[in-house]
Design a protein around this ligand. Sequence first.
Ligand code: NAD
Length: 257
Amino acid sequence: MDLGLSSSIAVIIGGSSGIGLACARQFLAEHAQVAIWDIQPPASDINALYLPVDITSLADLQTALETTATQLGPIQHVVNAAAVGSGKFGSPFTSLTPRDWHRVLEVNIQGMTNVAHALTPHILHQSTGTFTFIASVAGQIGSPTDPPYSASKAANINFAKVMAKDLAAHNIRVNTVCPGMVKTPLNQAVWRSWNERQPPDQQLEYDDWAQQKIAALVPLNRWQSADDIAHMVVFLASEKAAQITGQTINVDGGYVI
Ligand SMILES: NC(=O)c1ccc[n+]([C@@H]2O[C@H](COP(=O)([O-])OP(=O)(O)OC[C@H]3O[C@@H](n4cnc5c(N)ncnc54)[C@H](O)[C@@H]3O)[C@@H](O)[C@H]2O)c1
């Protein structure tokens, strides 16, 4: 299926690793031009403009916008996959302190807010475009694994709906895509923080921990790949999804039913 993205320019924020990197590759496969904005360079070779950006800095985002527009042209599609967890196992929530929430909320909520404020005037100027935010099933079920992460993802889902309502009159669509379980550095960090808290005889290798979790929680009983998520993201950016805005789309093997 030709998604009709070949003359478009997409910015993938958090596009240097995992799901964001897969999104960048999928846009390239659709012959779009791609800029990756991330705090670290891409994990592997990719034909994209890389710019160092920390989404907690509005100034970084504004500079990257100017550079991208100058070097590639006007941006139509924005994907935000940048996020962090607390790095600690948060069950029960009292095992964290309120200070453990600061960085997670700063990156995941304030970062999304900065992305929205930095890029909306530019996209509005073109009278068409899309924002796709990668949230999580954790933002829908009150996942106890990492409460600040979970709460931040709920905020992403909520604010994306606000954006969708405000921008619909300008033909700008805004959606969130929620992965379930994808093998990435972020997911591995969740396992590591869980494993560190277990007594030695109950510790598990990453794949065993994941397989147990998937068998217990995922009806289709399998991981999602980064490409599974990226396929949904490029579809949402395309005109094939012209009627879809303000939606929370789970690509999760049925985790949230
Ligand atoms: N992996 C999973 O199982 C899973 C499940 C549900 C949701 N998600 C979501 O998918 C998205 C992508 O995560 P991933 O699993 O691919 O993780 P990842 O760690 O592989 O990628 C995250 C990227 O974000 C970048 N980043 C982090 N902080 C940043 C900042 N302040 N400014 C700019 N870039 C920053 C990192 O450098 C990295 O390249 C995240 O929003 C995550 O919450 C992942």
